[in-house]
Design a protein around this ligand. Structure first.
Ligand code: SF4
Length: 335
């Protein structure tokens, strides 16, 4: 089977047979959905199991289709592409990581020209975690001292980061970071959480970039959102309903904080937190999103009203100071 990712199909087959499973729900992130049909067919032929392929969004290890698996009475949920989430789902779940076969050597060598510090922290996502040793070796051969963060929070592996949990790198005593992986969300998060220089090396596009300007642009955008919310009195506090994003206690605390300052607050709940979902609530002036930080950072400008993080609300209400928060995890998430 030709898959660009190494996926442990034998392990799934073994578990299906061992557990005497009759029906499974398969859940793939967008990037792996091209392999869904082949995997489904192989599992059905080799084990006789009935498979259903979830076509809902699957953004991260937080996004386990627990409710769907219960609805279709699946004996097993197979969640592809992410490492296990710290919270245990109610349905027996296999987390099957997908390790990318993409080469990293060239892009790392290209990134070397942007590394100005000698003491460098390296980080990646689970898709490239098996390449961490190779990245370290390349940099050490070029004379860098390389440090790798320990597993922490939602990060199962040393050097792994999640978009909402950068705790594995936050305390690393380095002068600069090299992130190897797709997209800019994770390296941007490291830059915002640590306030340090981050070089992003994307092995898919071959692009290397310094996150400094992007971090500055996002901080200005965040500042503008807080400023826009300054005179608001009516807030929607949004609770995400995705498996690992439910933060009801935090939402309650936020509601209390708003009310303690004389504001009005309503708890809102949604699985997919998209701008158009809130059009009907014309009286709400600000949304405080307690779910995935990506919603605010990437989709924030598309919301009709300011959409801010819990930490940003603290700045808005005067519990925290903007200048003290920069470089100390402005996003303030630990899901
Ligand atoms: S909450 Fe957001 S950043 Fe965290 S794992 Fe889920 S999708 Fe990724």
């Amino acid at each position: 089977m030709e898959i660009d990712y190494a996926i442990e199909l034998d392990r799934i087959i073994f578990e299906i047979k061992k557990r005497n499973v009759r029906r499974i729900l398969l859940q793939f992130p967008e990037g792996l959905r091209g392999s869904a049909l082949k995997i489904s067919k192989k599992l059905e032929l080799e084990t006789g199991v009935e498979t259903l392929i979830s076509m809902d969004s699957c953004w991260g290890g937080c996004d386990v289709a627990e409710t769907a698996a219960l609805t279709v009475k699946a004996d097993l949920l197979v969640h592809f592409g992410h490492s296990p989430w710290p919270k245990k789902p109610k349905v027996p779940t296999l987390f099957i990581e997908a390790h990318s076969g993409v080469e990293i050597r060239e892009v790392v060598l290209r990134a070397v020209s942007l590394l100005t510090a000698r003491k460098v922290g390296i980080a990646t996502t689970v898709q490239h975690i098996h390449k961490l040793g190779e990245i370290k070796k390349i940099l050490e051969e070029k004379g860098f001292e390389v440090l790798i963060g320990k597993p922490s929070g939602g990060a199962k592996y040393a050097g792994q980061v999640l978009g909402c949990d950068l705790s594995s790198v936050e305390k690393l005593n380095v002068d600069q970071f090299l992130f190897v992986g797709g997209g800019i969300f994770h390296p941007l998060g490291i830059a915002l959480a640590t306030g340090k220089s981050v070089i992003a090396a994307d092995p898919y596009s071959g692009k290397v970039s310094d996150m400094k300007e992007e971090a500055r642009r996002v901080l200005m955008q965040r500042y503008a959102q807080i400023a826009k919310a300054r005179n608001a009195t009516r807030f929607g506090v949004v609770v995400g309903l995705k498996f690992g994003q439910i933060n009801l206690e935090l939402a309650r605390q936020i509601k209390n904080k708003i009310e303690s300052k004389g504001g009005e607050a309503y708890l809102l709940a949604a699985e997919e937190i998209a701008p158009e979902r809130f059009y009907g609530l014309a009286d709400i002036e600000v949304l405080v999103i307690t779910a995935c930080p990506r919603i605010v950072i990437e989709d924030g400008p598309q919301f009709r009203i300011p959409a801010i993080t819990p930490r940003e609300l603290d700045i808005l209400l005067g519990f925290e100071n903007w200048n003290d928060s920069i470089g100390e995890d402005l996003l303030g998430y630990k899901l």
